[in-house]
Design a protein around this ligand. Structure first.
Ligand SMILES: [Zn+2]
Ligand SMILES: [Zn+2]
Length: 372
């Protein structure tokens, strides 16, 4: 494997002085720091490369050998870092003031690695009309955010976390137990490697505070109960520079007094008298928009369903709409007066000569097409 020139790696001249090399390394380390590039494995490699280059060039003797013999001159003695935590412990004096807390990343069994924030779930009840038409609804989300006072360091303004005196900043302590030596997370700093001697008054050293955020949720027209809306990056904050989680808004749509819902179709139940059913009638029906005038055809049967195309709910994100299905129930009259009864007897006498064969045919046909 060919190795890049160390000067090139750090982007400095061969004649650069120690201070320039140190400054350049800090700049590079900041850029490729794994906490800042959690999803980029190349960054971690570059970070390691920079560390190796710096390890040689900041040491006068090693640098001289490197200048004279190239990589061969230092390979035997040059530091080869197997992990980021190696680098952190080796250069802890530089990283300490560079990165504050997260600069000790990778120590203590990965406890300080960048971690994505948790996703949050929010149950939102909306009205039928909001679901049908779409709406912008404001919600309030309590969540943990970086303390604005100390920017997450947990230290009081002006003070910075100090290297833990018990573990000297490594986050690990060695305990002897019988014949064994056990390495364990430092109990004083909980493996963080740093302690806060002067905690931030706002968050009491926690580095985070609860904040209630008001968010506007855009509800697309046509959503249904159980639909989830994802608000990227609105979940809990990440740890050690990790990305925040997402917020999932789970919708619960209230029932409507007029319409029953079946997918994107709406069902409307209406009752008509048997005279209206027999003779036909004009009804005014509610829809999601303006009421419409609906013509009940002559000879309508109870339970018959009429379809008004495109008067249902929109399919979210598509132009298409469902239908409005009108189910008509025929009411049988009660409490007839003498004259009405007489007229119905007369009606029956005339009807007896021609039984309701046509109606039977209609009902039979409806039966095969029944879906409600
Ligand atoms: Zn704070
Ligand atoms: Zn400690």
């Amino acid at each position: 494997m060919s190795q890049r020139c160390y000067y090139e790696v750090l982007g400095v001249e061969k004649t650069a002085d120690g201070e320039t090399i140190k400054r350049s390394f800090r700049k590079m380390a900041l850029k490729y720091h794994p906490d800042r590039n959690p999803d980029d494995p190349d960054a971690a490699e570059k970070f390691k490369e920079c560390a190796e280059a710096y390890e040689v060039l900041h040491d006068a003797e090693k640098r001289q050998r490197y200048d004279r013999y190239g990589h061969a001159g230092v390979n035997g003695n040059g530091q080869h870092f197997s992990s980021n935590s190696d680098i952190f412990s080796h250069f802890s004096d530089i990283f300490g003031d560079l990165f504050g807390f997260s600069g000790m990343g990778g120590m203590g069994g990965g406890r300080n690695r960048p971690r994505a924030g948790a996703d949050l779930r929010y149950n939102l009840e909306i009205t039928f009309l909001q679901a049908a038409k779409g709406a912008e609804v404001k919600i309030k989300i309590p969540r943990q955010v970086l303390c604005p006072e100390c920017e997450g360091s947990g230290a009081a303004p002006g003070a910075s976390p100090a290297a833990c005196p018990d573990c000297r900043g490594t986050g690990q302590v060695v305990r002897s137990q019988g014949f064994f030596q056990l390495q364990m997370p430092c109990p004083r700093c909980h493996g963080q490697g740093r302690v806060i001697t002067n905690p931030c008054p706002r968050c009491r050293g926690a580095g985070e505070v609860e904040q209630v955020r008001e968010l506007a949720v855009n509800i697309p027209a046509g959503v249904d109960s159980g639909n989830r809306l994802r608000l990227r990056g609105e979940g809990e904050m990440g740890l050690n520079g990790g990305p925040p989680g997402d917020l999932f808004v789970v919708l619960q749509v209230q029932a409507d007094k007029n319409f029953e819902r079946r997918g994107q179709d709406l069902i409307l139940h209406r009752e008509i008298t048997f005279v209206q059913a027999a003779l036909g009638a004009r009804l005014e029906l509610p829809t999601l928009d303006e009421p419409v005038s609906f013509e009940v055809p002559k000879g309508t049967q109870s339970g018959q369903v009429f379809r008004i195309s495109g008067a249902g709910l929109p399919y979210p994100g598509r132009g298409r709409k469902g239908d409005l299905l009108v189910e008509l129930g025929v009411l049988t009259p009660t409490g007839l007066n003498a004259e009405q009864e007489k007229l119905l007897r007369e009606f029956e006498r005339l009807e007896n000569k021609k039984p309701l064969n046509k109606a039977k045919k209609v009902i039979k046909k409806m039966g095969s097409a029944m879906w409600l």
